[in-house]
Design a protein around this ligand. Structure first.
Ligand code: NAP
Length: 391
């Protein structure tokens, strides 16, 4: 979907001004919470969102790209100008914020994956799964271990990491735990060095660690970057680049970036979200950055035998991240793990690169992914922020 529709003539909603004047409850108190947005993201059909966006565009008579910040930050303007009633303003802003966080289309473009497939024998393969001390990453690590892969388990909590290694070993597999806080680029470098020290091959790199939408207060990483951008995207960018020689030497090898359907365009004038921060916005821009990275890597790695794919694993799995956001889970971690493993090991996807999947089906990501200039911009910025531009 693109935002560059023709401008509509200015139009007023019927009777909006007088009804608005009689209602004095503060708008800000009635705007949607992240949890509300989260719930809606799960249930609102993209087509319905698109239709609602068109309606709002007509109601306010201006393009939404230029108006959204004012709509979110100063919605009372529209009420006082008589363009929207207060009630209508609230309901429209709820939808607008949905567009903001839910621009990614869930439109699937590929056939269904055959779920009856068992994981093939992975003996002799080595997989690094970041964020495998919890949630969907933990299940992916366990399943890879059961299938015979040697699993490099990663997380921040050594106790949980060691427990997962023990579970994999109990099931007959082999695993090693690596502790690293991805909120520090120095720790990412240390992790990459430790992995290179530990293994002479790497067949699968699954960049899964992440922080969710919860929390309305902007936070920074150890390096002073917006925290979700740093952990969900930049750490994976750096880790992947540092491990590329190992992956290339092990080809055919696969990189899988665990993104999300919650994607939002990156505003290159404010990547660190100094203005207009919200947890959902931070999360969604970091998830889009992962998809852009995947497409970029796929181009770069063409012909090397290393593929890069990414996905939305499943909607609202029963994980810590989802509980913290105050959202009721609607999928299981097993469903999400199945989708991640499909990209990591499915023979049907051998040699296929630059794909975005929604669960088990190929899908279309946010339109900014197709913007080559935006991808180039993100790559340049990422090289600079990680210090790789100087290497
Ligand atoms: N849950 C969903 O419905 C959903 C939907 C779409 C996409 N996803 C994506 O799926 C991935 C996994 O999510 P999940 O729901 O399984 O989350 P989760 O249960 O909260 O697990 C997140 C994992 O990432 C690790 N992690 C977080 N911050 C870290 C940091 N600073 N350094 C190192 N490790 C860190 C966590 O380690 P600790 O245990 O130390 O915190 C944990 O192992 C994420 O990338 C998420 O965006 C999830």
């Amino acid at each position: 979907m693109n935002y560059s529709g023709k401008p509509y003539p200015q139009r007023k909603s019927k009777g909006s001004g007088s009804r608005a004047a009689g209602n004095h409850s503060p708008l800000s108190a009635r705007l949607p919470s992240e949890a509300f947005i989260g719930d809606q993201m799960a249930v609102v059909d993209p087509e319905a969102i698109y239709q609602a966006r068109e309606t709002l565009r007509q109601e306010i008579g201006r393009s939404l790209e230029s108006e959204w910040r004012r709509l979110v930050e100063a919605p009372q303007d529209y009420v006082s100008e008589g363009i929207l009633s207060q009630e209508r303003c609230i309901s429209r802003i709820k939808l607008l914020r949905l567009f903001e966080v839910r621009e990614a289309s869930t439109q699937v473009t590929g056939p269904a994956h055959d779920k009856s497939q068992r994981l093939r024998d992975l003996t002799g393969r080595v997989a690094l799964v970041t964020g495998s001390t919890d949630g969907v990453g933990r299940v992916v690590a366990l399943r890879l271990g059961e299938a015979g892969a040697r699993v490099l388990v990663h997380g921040r909590d050594a106790e949980r990491g060691i427990r997962i290694v023990a579970d994999i070993e109990k099931a007959g597999g082999a695993a090693t735990f690596f502790r690293a806080d991805l909120a520090s680029l120095a720790e990412v470098r240390r992790l990459a060095a430790a992995v290179r020290e530990e293994t002479s091959r790497l067949d699968m790199l699954i960049n899964n660690a992440g922080i969710g939408t919860a929390g309305g207060v902007r936070q920074e990483s150890a390096d002073g970057f917006e925290l979700r951008f740093a952990v969900n995207y930049l750490a994976g960018f750096l880790l992947t680049r540092l491990l590329l020689p190992l992956l290339e030497a092990s080809a055919p090898a696969r990189i899988v970036n665990v993104s999300s359907a919650g994607q939002q365009a990156i505003d290159f004038a404010d990547v660190m979200l100094i203005r207009g921060y919200s947890g959902a916005r931070a999360y969604c821009q970091s998830k889009l950055a992962q998809v852009m990275l995947t497409i970029d890597l796929a181009d770069e790695l063409a012909g090397t035998g290393v593929t890069a794919t990414c996905l939305h694993p499943a909607t609202y799995m029963n994980t810590t991240m989802v509980h913290r956001a105050g959202v009721t889970p609607i999928s299981t971690v097993e469903q999400g793990a199945e989708a991640i493993l499909n990209l990591a090991v499915s023979p049907a996807l051998a040699g296929r690169s630059g794909l975005y999947f929604n669960g088990l089906r190929e899908a279309r990501a946010h339109a900014q992914v197709d913007d080559t200039e935006a991808r180039r911009h993100l790559r340049r910025l990422s090289l600079e922020l990680t210090g790789l531009a100087d290497d």
